[in-house]
Design a protein around this ligand. Structure first.
Ligand code: NZQ
Ligand code: ZN
Length: 389
């Protein structure tokens, strides 16, 4: 049964290898002052910075720069960004980069006209914005998070090693996003693979929950198969436009709010990975890869029917003559083989986590209740310990 819901996705997408030209259609909708948000400099190396700047200038915009957004953007950077946007009297925040830049832009957008501290209000108290929200636009350079078409914003408080995401409503989603698969081709392989696994994990988080066979499960399986196929091509040939464009489009669909509608969702791999990320500052997709298998093995019996379906529908496991558990385990073995094949980091030790951090990391894991099993503290510690190797 599909549960009741309302649905609106407020982001307009422009997809393709000539999509930057559509910035000319979007910019006239906003005032003169644009804050150009970008990361550690990749867009300067690729030339995208110059390209975007010239479109902004051609549209008569006054540009204020907010560069240096780090992967896993921090509270300190957020407070700095709020000041830049306030001083600029910003009319538009234009994020040019990966999920970190886009997430950060959304966090600035809800904080510029807010008197309270954004970390306390949005990330610790999970309150909704009660102030005017600045519009955000995005030119995406990395496929993975889905931030280009959702309201998610994940911020890290380095002082307390705490990484927390707030999923804002449609008023915070980017007003437009420009998706050019060619921009993703300059990504280091490590980031490309991490992004691929982030996509896969987003789909799993919304698939491994609920008892019903609903339309989302079928869409999820198709998306997973597409990501697996395209990943194999992209790992061998990162310049393959077809594969990179499929990965980029799958990333958007994996987390643009659609496949979560009308069903429960899990998100515990993300809660575990996020807690690890808070302590290690590791690449998001890799934190997910490193905790997935121990977590899935922990919930396998509770979600046996879906894990069996995952094995047969996504990995083509032949169920004949096997128990449900054997089929489900074969599915996880196929998942593990693919993860190793594309080169993911398979344990949190390689991401900088150590045995003595486990209890502290466990303290930071937010326990959600939408999945097949609500984890106890002991189970969280067990999953994290198993993720060390
Ligand atoms: O900073 P620059 O120099 O641009 O380099 C970045 C960064 O070092 C580099 N990069 C990006 N595009 C590139 C490139 N390098 C060369 N060529 C390009 N075309 O890649 C590195 C990682 O970038 P980042 O933006 O951090 O990666 P990603 O897109 O994976 O974003 C990660 C952040 O998004 C959050 C994560 O927790 C993390 O903080 N997430 C956001 C979500 C959402 N909004 O819904 C959901 C996700 O689950 C996730 O939590
Ligand atoms: Zn993710």
């Amino acid at each position: 049964m599909i549960g009741n819901f309302s649905y609106l996705n407020a982001t307009k997408l422009y997809f393709g290898d000539d999509s930057l030209k559509f910035l000319n259609e979007e910019l006239p909708k906003y005032g003169k002052n644009v804050v150009l948000i970008y990361g550690g400099g990749s867009i300067k190396k690729t030339g995208l910075y110059d390209d975007v700047l010239s479109v902004l200038k051609a549209n008569g915009k006054t540009v204020f720069e907010d560069g240096g957004v780090m992967p896993n953007p921090t509270t300190d950077k957020l407070r700095e960004g709020v000041k830049i946007a306030r001083d600029a009297k910003a009319d538009l925040l234009l994020a040019v980069g990966g999920g970190s830049c886009c997430d950060y832009a959304k966090a600035v957008a809800v904080s510029v006209n807010c008197d309270e501290d954004p970390w306390d209000k949005y990330f610790l108290r999970f309150e909704e914005p009660s102030c005017e929200i600045l519009p955000v636009g995005c030119v995406l350079t990395m496929a993975g998070t889905g931030s280009e078409m959702n309201g998610g914003s994940v911020i890290t408080d380095s002082a307390t090693n705490t990484k927390i995401g707030h999923v804002f409503g449609s008023e915070v989603m980017p007003k437009f996003s420009i998706l050019n698969p060619k921009y993703t081709m300059s990504l280091p392989k490590y980031q490309m693979i991490a992004g691929i696994y982030d996509i896969f994990s987003h789909i799993c988080e919304q698939y491994f929950s609920g008892d019903d066979t609903n339309v989302s499960d079928y869409i999820a399986e198709a998306l997973m198969k597409s990501v697996i196929d395209a990943s194999r091509v992209a790992v061998k040939n990162p310049e393959d436009y077809e594969a990179r464009s499929n990965i980029m489009w799958a990333a958007t669909w994996a987390l643009n709010t659609l496949i979560a509608k009308g069903k429960t969702t899990d998100w515990m791999v993300h809660m575990l990975g996020q807690a690890v990320g808070g302590y290690t500052d590791a690449t998001h997709g890799m934190t997910l890869a490193a905790v997935t298998l121990p977590y899935f093995r922990c919930i396998l019996e509770a979600g046996l029917a879906k894990f069996k379906r995952f094995a047969t529908e996504v990995w083509n496991v032949n169920p004949e003559g096997k128990t449900d558990k054997e089929v489900a385990e074969e599915g996880l073995a196929a998942l593990e083989a693919w993860m190793r094949e594309i080169g993911l980091v398979m344990n949190i030790t390689d991401l900088g986590a150590t045995e003595d951090m486990i209890e502290d990391i466990a303290d930071k894991v937010i326990v959600l209740t939408g999945g097949y099993k609500v984890l106890t503290r002991d189970e969280i510690v067990k999953v994290l310990r198993e993720s060390l190797n």
